[in-house]
Design a protein around this ligand. Sequence first.
Ligand SMILES: Cc1ncc(COP(=O)(O)O)c(C=O)c1O
Ligand SMILES: Nc1c(O)cccc1C(=O)C[C@H](N)C(=O)O
Length: 461
Amino acid sequence: MPGAERSGVEPSSPLSSGRKRSGPEWSGPQQSGPAPAASRSAASCSAASRPAGPRSAGASPAESDLAGEAARLDAADRLRAKRDAFVLDDAIYLDGNSLGALPRAVPPRLADVVAREWGRLRIRSWEESGWWTAPERIGDRVGRLLGAAPGQVVVGDSTSVNIFKAVVAAVRIAQERGAHRDQILVDEATFPTDGYIAESAARMTGCTLRPVAAGDIPAATGPRTAVALVNHVDYRTGRLHDLPATTAAVHAAGALVVWDLCHSAGALPVGLDAHRVDLAVGCTYKYLNGGPGAPAYLYVARAHQPRFDSPLPGWNSHADPFGMDSAYTPAAGAARGRVGTPDILSMLALEAALEVWDDVTIEEVRAKSLALTDFFLRCVEEYVPAGRVRSLTPAAHAERGSQVALRCADAGEVMAELVWRGVVGDFRRPDVLRFGFTPLYTGFAEVERAARVLAAALAEG
Ligand SMILES: Cc1ncc(COP(=O)(O)O)c(C=O)c1O
Ligand SMILES: Nc1c(O)cccc1C(=O)C[C@H](N)C(=O)O
């Protein structure tokens, strides 16, 4: 399988390693580096909660220039106040590309859902509290951030499950156009779940799976291609793939494209309708801050909805669910992508989390994201000795998502040290340090400090 390296969920939690640290963060299941020195004193633990940085005793000129610049950038940042909408602490949280921080709006909303809607209204809430229609209602809200007009996005299930629905349904549509379309292309560096599911979908539909570098998908798409499944932003390197050009090229060859937007939704404009994307999926627990295991979404372009033949036609996607008919008649519109009973608690937590977007445009978030990653790369270049790390993230804005990935041989140990010092990123085996930048709550001073702490951790390594 292409890109078959695991994302790195280790069976044992570092929380059980016996190691005290400043914040509650778990930088990851991904920590496979050696356990940090158990003998570290309590004093050094608490010092870690406010990283002093490698040269704190006397800041070098470059360091104070960058710190000053960070202060100026923060002062001019229109999104700065948004940080208050999240529960954060002194740790520098650069892992929002794995699990977004908790929005303050979520706990009171969930308390109300549990106590009043469930506790008192009980079954009435399916209608009176809008539970039944939540997948489409929240889908429209997510759709706005993806450039999708209402009625095309439904929230529910996991990204993995939605990939299955989207790829199989796309193959069915493509094969209606021509039964000879028997190939599924997948970007070869794909997040593993996409590759596993595409392989299974290929077996089920009589197709073969062809892994291709994302940039080569336009050239590789031909008369036998049914569908191309592509990650908009590569989870490991942070590379942003060319959605408009790839979509246009796949269409020119008569095939369909399914985009995995996990690492772009809430971080940059996607333009689903504008670029005539066929189908798309993604999670809501990263830059959309929906919470651990928050429901994912499925976009089916309006033009494809009448032919969207779900491989998981559950009763919730029936035209008349409460008719309890033994024959399946699909619902019209986005609801056709539903399966079973929605996960209401997670779904309504997500709805509350999305409130933070009400007065924010994705364009201003993107502008800040690029400024943050540019600034981080500059600070790293300034503070880290040349050659100690290598950036895997493209320098060109058009090719960069909202994360920076740095390669270094001892990345596991370095990330453990960073977490210890209060800078939370994550580690992807074998040698990648990942730092995600969430413009709604990350500031420039934090970015400068993170780079300084990184330099110190690397120096120790
Ligand atoms: C690109 C991408 N696709 C899919 C997933 C996983 O989806 P699921 O929520 O089904 O675990 C992730 C992250 O876990 C991801 O980064
Ligand atoms: N979904 C995750 C989980 O349940 C546990 C730990 C991490 C994750 C992730 O989202 C990983 C993430 N998609 C990645 O890009 O590596």
